[in-house]
Design a protein. Structure first.
Length: 159
């Protein structure tokens, strides 16, 4: 599945007064790896697996979202759906106007860059290869996580 964006983005208060908007599964996974409180309970591990695993359907994306929410509750993080906060308006979404073709292309490029950056950090953390090596693997293999993990582990074993 290419589009791993949530139907309704989440707003997470990671520290008092510091809010993060999470619109995709990869953003949720990066948040978990980089901004999560020190304590990692069983729901954290389940959510991280859901957010970094194979996403073959919209159900998988929704399951990852639910797992993230359960882990956030376990960690005591304040989380709400973006549509619960009427004060949060996104630029370009004025009066529900559909995005222009140029905006759609920019969003798609940004999504692809975001996905690649997530995979780079994920592979480096999971397998111990460098980010440069991870980027090379992504450019050779593509973005299939199972194949990337397999090859990254082989690469690490060789060095």
């Amino acid at each position: 599945m290419n589009d791993a964006f949530f139907d309704v983005p989440l707003i997470v208060e990671s520290k008092p007064g510091e809010f993060r908007r999470l619109a995709s599964v990869s953003q949720a996974a990066v948040f978990m790896m980089e901004r999560w409180p020190e304590e990692h309970g069983p729901r954290y591990r389940a959510a991280l697996r859901a957010c970094t695993g194979r996403l073959a359907s919209t159900d998988d994306v929704e399951n990852a979202r639910r797992a993230f929410l359960a882990a956030a509750r376990e960690a005591g993080l304040a989380v709400k759906d973006e549509d619960e906060d009427a004060d949060l308006e996104q630029p370009g979404d004025l009066q529900g106007a559909p995005p222009s073709p140029g905006d759609q292309k920019r969003r798609e490029r940004a999504r692809m860059v975001e996905e690649e950056e997530f995979l780079v950090r994920f592979l480096a953390r999971e397998t111990g290869i460098t980010e440069v090596q991870a980027r090379e693997l992504i450019h050779m293999i593509g973005i299939d996580r199972a194949s990337l993990l397999k090859e990254a582990r082989r690469l690490k074993a060789q060095h």
